[in-house]
Design a protein around this ligand. Structure first.
Ligand code: HEC
Ligand code: HEC
Length: 163
């Protein structure tokens, strides 16, 4: 069902393909409001997780935190940090491990939910609230704004405090 999620949805490098199947599984078993909290927690965890953690095979690759739910940002940051190319088998190993990490964390929060002990433990970056205090009319989201918007942002005088 989710084969086409690979490569950030059919190779578009959009949302990481590990996330939609996790959403579906959560949505199958949790009430809508609870599912929203569980998926929100998954997203908050995802941006801070060093992928890949699960590496059962012989090939061991470095783990990197990318602070983004986007395939493009995840893979590119990882490639920059490690020196492996996007098309390498090491990158394939990385994303296989990432799939396992997301499956495992999804199972963990669903088990916590079933046991009535689920808690939100991961949040968006603090800078999001600071940016959104002014920008919520024109934009939306909880991704870390400064992973994409780097200085100089015009008008620089308004944004000097943040960078
Ligand atoms: C004190 C209010 C304020 C805060 C806080 C703020 N901005 Fe802005 N920002 C503005 C205003 C005003 C403009 C110019 C008018 C507009 O484009 O809306 C602007 C413009 C921008 C633009 C468009 C620049 C362009 O060239 O069109 C971006 C992107 C932006 N801000 C990102 C951010 C990010 C990221 C943060 C948090 C790190 C942030 N802003 C925090 C007020 C703010
Ligand atoms: C994944 C990258 C990415 C992230 C994360 C991101 N943005 Fe953007 N943002 C863009 C792109 C691409 C555009 C459109 C091109 C441009 O105007 O720079 C844009 C445009 C904007 C604009 C200008 C809109 C306009 O009217 O011209 C503002 C303001 C803005 N973003 C604020 C934010 C804030 C606040 C956050 C954090 C909640 C954020 N962005 C997170 C990529 C991103």
């Amino acid at each position: 069902m989710f084969w086409t999620a690979r490569g950030g949805v059919a190779g578009w490098s959009s949302i990481c393909g590990t996330i939609p199947p996790a959403q579906a599984v959560i949505g199958m078993v949790a009430e809508p409001d609870d599912a929203m909290e569980l998926v929100n927690e998954l997203m908050g965890w995802f941006r801070q997780h060093p992928f890949p953690e699960y590496q059962p095979g012989e090939m061991q690759v470095p783990s990197v935190v990318s602070d983004s739910s986007l395939c493009h940002v995840q893979v590119t940051n990882w490639a920059h940090e490690t020196g492996f190319e996007s098309g390498s088998s090491e990158r394939g190993e990385r994303c296989a491990g990432a799939s396992a990490d997301v499956a495992r964390y999804t199972a963990k929060i669903l088990n916590d939910y079933a046991d009535g002990v689920f808690e939100i433990t991961h949040e968006p970056d603090e800078v999001v609230g600071e940016c959104m205090a002014c920008h919520s009319e024109l934009t939306r989201g909880k991704e870390n704004c400064t992973t994409c918007h780097k200085p100089p942002i015009e008008p620089t005088d308004i944004h000097d405090d943040f960078y």
